[in-house]
Structure formats: structure tokens, C-alpha cells
Design a protein around this ligand. Sequence first.
Ligand SMILES: [Zn+2]
Ligand SMILES: [Zn+2]
Length: 343
Amino acid sequence: MIRRLPVYLLIDCSESMIGQGIEAVRAGLGSMIGSLRRNPHALESVFLSVITYDAKARLVCPLTPLIDFQEPQLILRPGTSLGSALTLLADQIQSEVRKTSYESKGDYRPLVLLLTDGQPSDDWRAPLQRIGAAVRPRPANIYGIGCGVDVDYSVLQGITDVVLRMDDMSPESFGKLFVWLTASVSSASQGVGETANGEINLQKLPDNIEKVEAPAKSLEGGPPRQVFLRIRCSVKRHHYLMRYRLDSLAGCYQPTISHQLTEEEALATGEGQLPDISSELLNGAPDCPWCGNPGGGQCGNCGTMFCSDATDLSDIQCPGCNTVLKRNPTGERSNFNVRQSDG
Ligand SMILES: [Zn+2]
Ligand SMILES: [Zn+2]
């Protein structure tokens, strides 16, 4: 029987990955599979599983031989349930990874590649114990990879000793990350670089990734670093997400960018209960990515948020319920509570 190298990819599919982030992960995963398949050692021994997490953890692909692996669909939704993902990971390792017995040598120690770009929205400490139990006597090889500048590194440090940081979320940067991951999985599949106690020696890191050594400050209990609002274009009726970043000095959220949503994404991001945030904390709005309108309003009838141009005083039809809304002639916007998603 071949000795398998189980590789678990845990991918953050929260809304904050929208845009370049998720596109780059899709592309990186594709090229990783392609080049691993060209490596005979990897082709024989690497088994891949993909778990994604948003408000829930989802087993997108159970442990599968590389040759049969189908590239998974990664769909973004609100929430960052890292704890649920770790629980699911523990269950999968428990049921899928062969342990060493008197008769046979079991699988290699599973390699877990954990990608996140934010702060978890659930408890992740208890599930960690279950992973520990599932891989006993030795801990799992977990690489915690933080992408972007809003990662709570203290969480990753609580999960593993190998914490990596990649601030730049451009496609080129993700490309280098996946090339490096591919090299690490390849060498692990050949047993190269495995130390006596079964740890994997890291391949040399690319210049855009650094190892986080110093203890990081916890962001738990603080305000979310980013908030996302789901809104509709009042002209074209399509959905989009407005992204805001916390400005601690000013004590508010500054608009950064808007992302168009496909119909499928609009349905997926509509799932789940989202907390509320006061619009007083939001300093303006990013332009509508569909029509360029510079602001937003909310329908008093159905609660739908929509793009609008405050200088245009003509009536507007709510894209949610079709009610015709009169403009407030003073141009003042009353405070309203808008639906927030803390991806
Ligand atoms: Zn618009
Ligand atoms: Zn409405």
C-alpha cells in the first residue's frame, strides 16, 4: 500500500475575499493542481481535500487522489467560521487518515494549509483540541497563512507555530504563494525535508511572504476591521458589495471599494443573519460599480439599500420593492441602520 500524504486546504470564503483575493486563489489552486500532477512522486502520494468556511464550514471535496481531483467551486458568503472549519477538519482527519498500526505504516502526517484574510466570527479554541486528538500522538502540520492587512495573527499563532504573512493580495502575490505551496507539498510527498519527528522543513519563502515570529496583539473583542454592505444599483438593479475599512483614529469606517456581485453571488451573500451597524459610523459610500452613482440610500418600505446620486432630485424607484421614493428636498440624509455583513 502506498503511503499517502493527506493535504487539507482550508480556504476562507468570507466576503472580504471578494475581488482579486478569491480570483487569485482560484487561479493559484488550478496551477498548483496542474504542476503537482506533473510530479510523479506527488501524483502517487498526494491526496487533496478542500474545506471552505464562511458563516459555515463546508466540505467542498473529501480526501481525493490528485489524479481524480476536480477543481472546486469557491463561493463567497458572509462570515468567517474558522472554528467550524477546524471542527470539520478534525472529523475528516479522524475518518480519512490511516493511522500506523502493527501491520502497516499509516499515512504521512497530514499537511494543513489554512488561508484566512480576517478575524474569525466563532470560537476556534475548542475545535483545536479535537484536531490534536485526531492526529495524536503528534500534532498536525498546520501552516497558517494570513492574507492582507486585516488578519488577527494572534489567532493563527494560537493554532500553529508556523504562521506566515502575506500583506499584498494581488494576483502576482498569490501566484508566488501557490508556487511555494506547490514546492512544499512536492518535497513533502518525496519525504524530502521531513525531520526525525515528522515535521516538514519549510521551503525557502518567496520575498512577499514572511514568517511571523513575534507574538501578535489579539484583535478579539475589538470592532471588526472591515465591514461589508450589500446594496443594489437603482439604475441597473444588479447587486454589489460596498467595502469599508476601520479608521481607528477617526473612529469610523472609510469606504474603500465596491464589488459587483453576480446573480449567484448575490444569492449566496444574502444568506444568513447579519448584525446591524449604524450609518453614523460610515463615512460616505464608495461609487456604485454598475452605474457610477456616488452615494446610497435606503428604502423605508422594504429596507433595501440602493445607489443614488444626492444631487439628482428626481424620484427613484426602489430596486427591491419597486416603490417610488420621493427625494428629501433638503438633501439631508436621515440616519438609518443599514445591514452589515462582517465578512
Ligand atoms: Zn448604480
Ligand atoms: Zn423597497
